[in-house]
Design a protein around this ligand. Structure first.
Ligand code: DLL
Length: 445
């Protein structure tokens, strides 16, 4: 497995890959220079950041070493919500070439922006991830991540184009057509959420198609947690190699980090995204090797520099060197979060969004419970809503109308299909402490 930084495992030369193998001292130097510049940009251009720095009596000159990052204030999703839509942008809108959006905790999404330079960095980091997982320019890649406001589709697309691979921008859905395309277009690699790929496997099986007869060799999966068991299932069923790619909209989208061919944790593209681990209760930094909340600082992002962003994702920074020889550090694959966000078919959902939608549709506060399950291989989301006595009606039509209104309201906010089940008053268990809003019955793989 040993390799030198100027070539990949097959002896090919890719200049971008050298960045993954930079000597550690050089990497720290680059990080410090970039950190100083980004703190200055945010201080000068983002009022929220400046006021937080003022509160702490800090100026950009106080950042003299990488360790000084610990002096800086944290940021979080709430900041994006409070400054919706563009309040955290550090450049003029005329320099913003792309907007994306992701779920906020209530009705409104959070909005992120990119300059052309940010777009180039985004394509570069994804290209580095693709190279690390064995994608090459002669690959024909089916990109099943959703195209649109979600960062997955267009983000991975940019990286695939930068690599020079052949991209099939098929997005998600229409699974039988996906399988036809995979076969007829001689697809060699795929990108998408792991849960959707498992669904593709099921449908292919029903269609009598054996993956081993297809040309597909590898997949880049992410946007939601997936276990080692799920990886094993995918690899055994299809004979492909399945790699993990990590990212979040607030930082850039996919490509904050990616596995390499060793499949041994996610390498963070540290020259652009500086990782720290903190104790989510005390907010104190934790040493490498200890589990805590991942905090990331964007070191080069211009449109929306993000300082010490609390991702809510739980992981550790690995202390051992990866066999691939990369000097950029690795985090353990992510399985859990510190908040109540859950991910279904790649879409982030907060219970509070569902509550907002239910309230909007019916005005009275209903008791509700969210039930996650799995049918075949597709995750399902059912919302059991208790209706008040005055809403109970003998007319089936009236009840159907309530169901329709609730379903429409929830689906408009979430963008995924849901089942609404109306329940009689008093059916949903009451809790004495925190309400248990989410029942996750999905099998743990
Ligand atoms: O999911 C970006 C992305 C797209 C990543 C495509 C990978 C592939 P958001 O919608 O903002 O961005 O959701 C970010 O999803 O904080 C994690 O909780 C979760 N997540 C993303 N990738 C992984 C992964 C995209 N590989 C949130 N493993 C993050 C586990 C992941 N969780």
């Amino acid at each position: 497995m040993k390799q030198t930084y100027w070539n990949d495992l097959n002896g090919n030369f890719f200049p971008e890959m050298a960045l993954d193998f930079m000597p550690a001292e050089k990497l720290r130097e680059v990080q410090l220079q970039r950190l100083q510049a980004i703190v200055k940009l945010a201080f000068d251009k983002v009022p929220l950041f400046r006021s937080r720095m003022d509160e702490k009596g800090l100026t950009p000159h106080d950042i003299k070493t990488l360790g000084d990052i610990r002096k800086l204030p944290f940021s979080m999703k709430k900041d994006l919500r409070d400054t919706y839509p563009y309040g955290l942008f550090a450049v003029d809108m005329k320099d913003v070439v792309r907007l994306h959006a992701s779920s906020g905790t209530t009705g409104k999404p959070i909005v992120v922006g990119y300059t052309q330079q940010d777009m180039d960095v985004w394509a570069e980091v994804i290209k580095r991830g693709l190279l690390a997982t064995g994608f090459r320019r002669n690959d024909i890649v089916q990109n099943c991540y959703g195209y649109g406001l979600f960062t997955g589709g267009l983000g991975v697309h940019g990286g695939l184009e930068a690599l020079g691979a052949t991209v099939i921008p098929i997005s998600g859905g229409n699974t039988e057509r996906q399988i036809m395309v995979m076969k007829d277009f001689e697809v060699t690699a795929i990108a998408g959420t792991p849960s959707y790929f498992v669904h593709i496997i099921d449908v292919a099986e029903k269609m009598g198609i054996d993956f081993k007869d297809l040309k597909i060799k590898r997949g880049l999966f992410g946007a939601e947690p997936w276990s080692d068991g799920m990886r094993q299932y995918i690899e055994e069923k299809t004979g492909i190699k399945a790699y993990d790619v990590y990212g979040l909209s607030e930082i850039i989208g996919p490509g904050v980090g990616c596995e390499c061919e060793c499949q041994n944790g996610i390498h963070i593209f540290e020259d652009h995204f500086y990782p720290e681990i903190i104790d989510p209760e005390t907010l104190e930094p934790l040493p490498d090797g200890e589990e805590g909340e991942l905090v990331i600082t964007t070191l080069s992002k211009q449109a929306m520099p993000t300082i010490r962003y609390r991702t809510r994702d739980l992981t550790t920074i690995e202390t051992t060197k990866c066999e691939c020889g990369r000097t950029i550090r690795r985090i353990r694959r992510i399985g859990r979060r510190t908040d109540d966000m859950f991910i279904i078919r790649g879409v982030n959902i907060f219970p509070s969004q569902i509550e907002t939608a239910l309230l909007r549709a019916e005005k009275a506060l209903p008791h509700y419970q969210i039930v996650l399950d799995n049918q075949g291989s597709m995750d399902t989301l059912e919302i059991k809503v208790e209706i008040s006595r005055d809403m109970v009606s003998d007319s089936i039509g009236a009840m159907e109308n309530i169901t329709k209104r609730l379903k429409h309201s929830v689906e408009q906010i979430l963008g995924v299909s849901v089942t609404i089940t109306l329940c009689e008053p008093g059916v949903i268990p009451r809790s004495e402490g925190k309400a248990k809003r989410v029942l996750d019955n999905r099998p743990k793989t």
